[in-house]
Write a protein that binds this ligand. Structure first.
Ligand SMILES: C[S@@+](CC[C@H](N)C(=O)[O-])C[C@H]1O[C@@H](n2cnc3c(N)ncnc32)[C@H](O)[C@@H]1O
Length: 373
């Protein structure tokens, strides 16, 4: 049998490894001074979980969002580009001892910090055996890193896909290791257009996430090409570029940090229906913010279109809902998809306006716990 070719570092991979392994040693070393202003405070249970993470780990946090979906108990999660492991250790608590979190990263220096603190965290969480594993490997080659196809319930990622030179391959690999019904829930940086070669070739801009940030419309296209259902936009934050030198090269390009849900489902759309959320998801007892269009209030009837009906009935969220047909008779059943779904720049501005006046300490607020990058 022919041997499989193993993944070879491109110049971009080598530069990024060097940036996150050697150049940056702690969060405040990030040169761009780009901060993601919090639009809302973090839920209490997430803050509590973050408080239990070792400071050596949180000191090397370089994320740009909050990659924590709901309904996690007992799940198998994969974190693409886990870095020093902050999100893995937070999720380790949320999936519980019966769940498992695997972090993959290509940079040994980052993994070294993550691995050093496994025992500390397991003791802190009161687990008899570790429910986290850290794997050295490439997000473009997950199966080559011995991650099994169709084996994860959820994949998360926090500010990493922008660093890959081959986003389509990353999405394809994620699709392949997700179980059917599984969800890729990830926060990343997006641009309002395709960057110039000058921007893409600038090592610092690439390392800081600007050079490789996808034009958000390209994400929609790539997701469809690899087989995911249309991405559902959850949140978005404006990214302000404070650094003058960077501003000069970036010109009129704008950037946001945005979180999307992408589902791997059987082909074909479902029928529109009524969905009633039962309020049983930890941390979302009153309401479940599913995406920027749908927030399900507990015990209330919401009419959903065929696409969302497919997602809710065929993913792990099915256990949190009851479903009813739209109408009893055979009249045509239609729920029009809500308009204005897709633009993270519009959403970020809208959320920024909403949060003005109720800010939780502004950019880099430690109270909010959101990232500064
Ligand atoms: C911006 S940091 C984010 C780390 C972590 N998610 C966090 O929130 O702190 C990016 C991480 O992704 C890793 N990374 C970048 N490109 C990668 C690739 N192609 N394959 C594997 N890891 C990669 C880097 O080594 C680095 O640790």
């Amino acid at each position: 049998m022919a041997e499989q070719a193993s993944f070879v570092d491109t110049t971009v991979h080598l530069d990024v490894k060097d940036y996150y392994g050697k150049t940056l040693q702690k969060t405040s070393d990030i040169k761009s001074n780009v901060c993601v202003a919090p639009t809302e405070p973090l839920p209490k249970f997430i803050l509590q979980a973050l408080k239990k993470v070792h400071p050596d780990v949180t000191d090397r946090y370089y994320g740009c969002g909050l990659a924590v979906p709901e309904c996690l108990e007992g799940c198998r999660i994969l974190d693409l580009g886990c870095g020093s492991g902050r999100d893995c250790y937070m999720l380790s608590q949320l999936v519980g001892e019966a769940g498992h979190v695997t972090g993959i990263d290509m940079t040994e220096d980052q993994l070294e910090v993550a691995r050093k603190h496994v025992d500390f965290h397991m003791k802190e969480f009161g687990y008899r055996k570790p429910n986290v594993t850290f794997v050295q490997g490439y997000i473009e080659a997950l199966t080559e890193a011995a991650l099994e196809k169709n084996s994860f319930d959820i994949i998360i990622s926090n500010c990493v896909v922008n660093l890959s030179p081959d986003k389509k391959q990353v999405l394809a690999e994620a699709f392949s290791v997700l179980k059917e019904g599984g969800e890729l829930f990830f926060s990343d940086m997006y641009s309002n257009g395709r960057q110039t070669e000058e921007i893409k070739n600038n090592k610092v801009l690439w390392g800081e996430g600007f050079g490789g940030a996808l034009w958000y419309k390209d994400l929609l296209q790539l997701a469809e090409e690899v087989g995911f259902r249309p991405p559902r936009l959850v949140k978005a934050n404006v990214i302000a570029v404070d650094n003058k030198e960077m501003q000069a090269i970036l010109g009129d390009f704008k950037f946001v940090s945005a979180t999307y849900r992408l589902f791997k489902l059987p082909k074909g759309s479902g029928k529109p229906c009524k969905a009633i959320y039962n309020g049983n998801i930890t941390g979302a007892e009153d309401s479940l913010h599913f995406d920027c269009q749908y927030t399900f209030k507990a015990n209330q009837v919401t009419e959903v279109d065929g696409e969302l009906a497919s997602i809710l009935t065929q993913s792990r969220y099915a256990q949190a809902f009851t479903f009813q047909p739209l109408r009893k008779s055979c009249e045509p059943c239609e729920v029009k998809p809500k308009a204005g779904s897709g633009d993270p720049f519009e959403l970020a501005v809208q959320l920024q306006k909403q949060s003005a006046g109720s800010a939780t300490g502004g950019c880099c607020s430690t109270q909010s716990g959101t990232c500064c990058k």
